[in-house]
Design a protein around this ligand. Sequence first.
Ligand code: NI
Length: 253
Amino acid sequence: MLVDTHCHVFHEYYEDIDDIIKRARDNGVGAIIVNGYNMKSNREVLELVDKYDIVYGALGIQLEELDDFNDDNLEFISRHINDKKIVAVGEIGLDYHYECDRDKQKELFKRQLEIARKYNKPVIVHSRDCIQETYDILKESSVIGILHCYSGSVDMAFKFIKLGFFLGIGGIATFKNARKIVEVIKDVPLEYIVLETDCPYLAPEPYRGKRNEPFYITVILQKICEIKGLDYKEVEAVTTNSVIRLFDKKIKL
Ligand code: NI
């Protein structure tokens, strides 16, 4: 069975969550990790994990939501991080693509890494246009997790792996102009790759530009098979096994 390690299946984007969950299940997706990024979505994560057996959750506050950065909200994450189907702190991280206070971003990121460390949880990390800064902070933090939507170099990939991180690979790998990520997929052992859709964004080819959803994880898997010259069953087994280990068997398939 497959696991979508990073997605945002929220009512804000989907009116038909029941159908989306059904399509995922019908296509061999055994678990999806819905990542919060602000307080509204974090609260919805708690509802979704109760409602759907295949849904697991990650709680976090992301940079674009700096308004939600206060002690009470961080306390909310701490309070729920050991809830039954909450498996990680995420989505958290840094994004230098947007005009957004970088010191404040770093502080928010570090405070949430601290929560992960304290409760011994993996993190799901976003990093855009600041891979070195992300690495420097993670190196100091002694947490493990997933670098979601990995977009760095092959060298950098091995550095993150050494820290205990897996690379989240999604739709970008299927894009016609994808080069850097294809090199990463070729060179990095399959044991360090996990699958994600990041839906509703970044739908894989041939659905690029359309609404993304968890069952397209099958398309991403096929692309990895093509790049690495491996068969579907093998990539499925290895990537899912990595997820089970990372989340300490909290995800049941
Ligand atoms: Ni995301």
